[in-house]
Design a protein around this ligand. Sequence first.
Ligand SMILES: NC(=O)C1=CN([C@@H]2O[C@H](COP(=O)(O)OP(=O)(O)OC[C@H]3O[C@@H](n4cnc5c(N)ncnc54)[C@H](O)[C@@H]3O)[C@@H](O)[C@H]2O)[C@@H](O)CC1
Ligand SMILES: Nc1ncnc2c1ncn2[C@@H]1O[C@H](COP(=O)(O)OP(=O)(O)O)[C@@H](O)[C@H]1O
Ligand SMILES: [K+]
Length: 461
Amino acid sequence: MTEPVLTVAEMREAEKAAMDRGTNEWELMQRAGTNAAQWIMRMAAGRPVTVLCGPGNNGGDGYVIADVLGRSGYEVDVIAPVEPKSETARRARSAFQGGVSSDGALRTGVAVDCLFGYGLDRKVEEPFSKILEKLAASPCYKIAIDVPSAVQSDAARVLGPLPRYDLTLALGAWKQAHFLMPAMPAMGEKRLVTIGLEFEDVSSTVSAAPKITSPKPDAHKYNRGLLAIVAGAMPGAPLLAAEAAMRAGAGYVKLFSDHSHPDAPAELVIEQGSLADALSDGRISALLIGPGLGRDDAARERLAKVLESGKPAVLDADALHLLDPELLAMADAKTLCVTPHEGELAKLCETFGVTAESKLDRARALADVTGLTVLAKGPDTILVHDGMTSFFPRGSSWLSVAGSGDVLAGILGSRLATHGDPRRAAEESVWLHHEAARLASPAFSAGELAHAVKPAMASFL
Ligand SMILES: NC(=O)C1=CN([C@@H]2O[C@H](COP(=O)(O)OP(=O)(O)OC[C@H]3O[C@@H](n4cnc5c(N)ncnc54)[C@H](O)[C@@H]3O)[C@@H](O)[C@H]2O)[C@@H](O)CC1
Ligand SMILES: Nc1ncnc2c1ncn2[C@@H]1O[C@H](COP(=O)(O)OP(=O)(O)O)[C@@H](O)[C@H]1O
Ligand SMILES: [K+]
C-alpha cells in the first residue's frame, strides 16, 4: 500500500474530514494515544515511562498514552510545564488519574516526547527547551510522538534542542519532515500509527520497495533494453555508470566514447566515431549522458545530439550544468530524468529561473517549470514526476563516496532502458542503490558499489 506524506495543512484537512464523517477530535486522540501506547509498551517491556506533555493536542496524546500505560500496570511520570490549552487536550488531562509535575528528573527507562507535534510554529524556548535538553542528556530510550518536538513538520527545520530519538511514531500519516534533512537522522526508527484517517488527492507518498521482474521467456538482448551511455571528456565516470548499468537489468549496455578504455570489461561494447550515427540505431531504448562529459562546446554538442534523438534519457552530472531552455526545447521533457545533487539542483534552478527556499520546494518547482522528472539526490532523496512527489527511506551514509552518483545514474539508465517509465525507473534506482550500499557496506568504493548492484537486484525479484 502506498503511504501518503502530508503537509500540516493537508493533515488538518484529513482530520477535519474525519470529523465531518462523524469521528470527533476526542475519538481521534484516543485512537492515536491508544495505538501509540501499544508500541511504547513493546519497547518499554516493563520499564518505567516518563511522558512529557505540551500545551496542544500532541500533549493531549501524551495524557492518553500515560493513562493507557498506567491502566496496564506501568509506572508512569508525567511532566507538563504548562497546563493544556486546547479543549480536547484539557479533557485528556482531566481523564488521566495519575500525578503530573511541572518539572522533574527523567527516570531511566523510557521517555515519551509529546511536547509539540505538527503545531510547532516557532522557536522552542524555556521551559520546553530545558526539558528537551534534559531529554537529550538522558540515557533513557527516547520515543517522539508524531514528530520530535523541536522539528517543524513541513520543512524539517530544527527550532530547538533535538535529542537523538530511538523511535518516532508518526500519527495518522507521515509528515514531510520524516523524510527530510536536517531532522530525519535524529528520529531513529520510524513507524506509522494509523488512526483511521482517509486521504484523497494525495500528491506525495513514501516510495514502496519495487518489484523487479525477470526477463520474459522470449527475451533477447534488445527487447530487454539497450542503454547507450554517451561519454565525453573523462573516461572513468561513464565506465563506472556502465558497470552498474550492466548489473541492473538492461540486456545490452553500450558506451559511446572516443577514449580507449583498456580497463573496460569485455562484455561492454564501446563504439567510437560519429555520435549522430551511433544514436540513429533504432534499437537503443534509453540514453545516459553527463558522467565525465565535460562542460565545453564539444560536450554541449553531444548533449544536443542526445536531446535531438528523441529517446528517453537520464541527464546527470555535467549535463545538468549544460542544460538550458534552448537545449531542453529540443526534447520532450516528459522523457527525461535529471539526477541533481544539491549543487546541481541549485544550478538548474538558476538556469530555469526557479526560486524556492528548501530542496523539496526547489525540486517541485523545477519539475513544474520544466516538465522534467527530477530525482534530487542526497541523504534525503526526493523524486518529483508529473506533480507527484516520492520520499524514500534513508540510505547508508557510506553512499557519500566519489562515483556513487555515477553508479546511481547507471542503474537508472538501465531501468529506463528496460521498461521506459521514468518515475518507476527512478524509484527502482534509488532502492537498488540503497540496497547495493547495504550489501557492500562499510567503506565501499564506487566500483564495489557497482558490483553490488547485482545481488541488490535479487532482493527485489
Ligand atoms: N487534531 C486532531 O484531530 C489530532 C491531533 N493529534 C495530535 O495533535 C498534534 C497537533 O496538535 P496541535 O495542533 O494542538 O499542535 P501541537 O500539540 O503540536 O502544539 C501546538 C500548541 O503549542 C503552541 N506552540 C507551538 N510552537 C510553540 C513553541 N515553540 N513554544 C511554545 N508553544 C508553542 C501552539 O500555540 C499550540 O498551543 C499532532 O501532532 C498529533 O500529535 C492526534 O491526537 C490525532 C488527532
Ligand atoms: N550522507 C548520505 N546518505 C545517504 N546517501 C547519500 C549520502 N551522501 C550522498 N548520498 C548518495 O550518494 C550519491 C552521491 O551522488 P553524487 O553527489 O552525484 O556523487 P558523485 O558525483 O561523486 O558520483 C547520491 O545518490 C546520493 O543520494
Ligand atoms: K512530539
